[in-house]
Design a protein around this ligand. Structure first.
Ligand code: APR
Length: 238
């Protein structure tokens, strides 16, 4: 690392950062999409066609968050530590729908693809914290309508959350770090190009679809590479 002082940090994380916490990624060997077709479980059309199947898929993933073995790992913890000590702007954007960044202590955190531990009502649009299984015929706790509750997950074909906030942060970022994402899914895969004045670092166990857009590559497991990089950044700040 150059001993440059950065002010505005934007970090993007993907499934790879939670892999070592026991949560499967999507596109690696043994990834979730090997067993499920996206169009069967992760689109609004799938939910309209077969809500049972879709709820079952997300119920299983939600239940996994309660597994005592699933805990934030050293990479999640290091990001929370960086935020705590950083004097400039800091934004953590995650594509993950698990709760590991929050449990690690990250605060300025945007779940652009939604959250497994929330649901919302298609009828009244209320949102609720929800950590249990969600049966298809559950009544909405707010408006009482039946069969209108869905996971608060951004499905394929839907608009990710917080885009204005994200674009504004990317525009002024001077350091952009992408961790554990394959660069297959837009708009997140395009963030690196929008961080036009940032130094760009990619952390991944291997090359990705968007590796060429990064100036630096730290190749290795997130739990090792993220704490190392963050230590450097914090040392530079002091
Ligand atoms: N450390 C660092 N990187 C890792 C690790 C690890 N321990 N394990 C896996 N990776 C990397 C893989 O090499 C891969 O590039 O994490 C990436 C995971 O890629 P995907 O499975 O495609 O996950 P992600 O990029 O987050 O997917 C984006 O696609 O299906 C949708 O909505 C879903 O948010 C998700 C989006």
């Amino acid at each position: 690392m150059n001993p440059i002082l950065f002010k505005n940090i934007v970090i993007l994380t993907g499934a790879g950062i939670s892999a070592e916490s026991g949560i499967r990624t999507f596109r690696d060997q043994d990834g979730l999409w090997e067993e499920h077709r996206i169009e069967d479980v992760a689109t609004p059309e799938a939910f309209a066609r077969s809500p049972e199947l879709v709820q079952r898929f997300y119920n299983a993933r939600r239940a996994q968050l309660k597994d005592p073995k699933v805990q934030p790992n050293a990479a999640h913890l290091a990001l929370a530590e960086l935020e705590k000590h950083w004097e400039g702007d800091f934004l953590l954007i995650t594509q993950n729908v698990d709760n590991l960044h929050r449990r690690a202590g990250s605060k300025n955190l945007l779940h652009m693809h939604g959250r497994l531990d929330r649901i919302r009502c298609l009828s009244c649009e209320e949102e609720f914290e929800w950590t249990e299984d969600l049966p298809v015929d559950e009544d909405c706790p707010h408006c009482g309508i039946r069969r209108a509750l869905r996971p608060d997950i951004v499905w394929f074909g839907e608009m990710p959350y917080f885009m204005e906030e994200i674009y504004a942060a990317l525009d002024k970022a001077d350091l952009f770090i992408s961790i554990g994402t394959s660069g297959n899914v837009y708009p997140a895969a395009g963030f690196v190009s929008l961080a036009w004045k940032a130094r760009k670092i990619e952390i991944n166990t291997r090359d990705t679809e968007i590796s060429a857009a990064f100036a630096e590559h730290l190749v290795g497991a997130a739990s090792i590479e993220v704490p190392k990089l963050i230590q450097l950044l914090l040392d530079e700040e002091n």
